[in-house]
Design a protein. Structure first.
Length: 153
């Protein structure tokens, strides 16, 4: 009787962990595919990303040797891909919007230059395809804000 209970317990454990493992492996595979495509786009446009990261619904990268920032939206990686020369950026700051209940609705990185104003949206509550925590996105964008501002000074 005890062997049957152990066997049933093991089977239930395996059945419970298989979907979680599948989600983790599929997510890792998707992120790796996005990073490869992003790196390829950077190389095609003359940039070599020394640092890049998927944050929420966007991917950000930096080429420290050529002083460039690259970014794109995950929903349309190729068509929304942009490279910005750090010398043209005058201000880099985080933009957030909170609801009346103080929940984050929007997290974006704002890049301002003399001829442009760019919002890199990493979290938007209205984006139903995005499965990200807004506070995690905010924390990760803060790292990028510091990284970019360090390069500006």
């Amino acid at each position: 009787m005890e062997i049957n209970s152990v066997t049933i317990g093991i089977v239930v454990l395996v059945l419970a962990t298989l979907p979680i493992l599948y989600i983790i492996l599929n997510s890792t595979k998707t992120n790796n595919s996005i990073k490869k495509k992003f790196t390829s786009l950077c190389t095609q446009n003359g940039a070599q990303p020394t640092n890049y990261e998927v944050i929420g619904g966007a991917i950000l990268g930096m080429d420290s040797s050529h002083k460039k920032v690259m970014y794109s939206s995950l929903s349309d990686l190729e068509n929304r891909f942009q490279i910005i020369d750090l010398a043209t950026i005058k201000n880099c700051q985080i933009k957030t919007m909170k609801s009346k209940k103080q929940f984050l609705e929007l997290v974006a990185l704002e890049l301002d230059g003399p001829e442009f104003h760019i919002n890199i949206v990493v979290y938007d509550e209205d984006d139903d395809t995005l499965m990200a925590d807004p506070n995690t996105c905010l924390h990760e964008v803060q790292k990028w804000e510091q990284l970019i501002n360090k390069q500006l000074n």
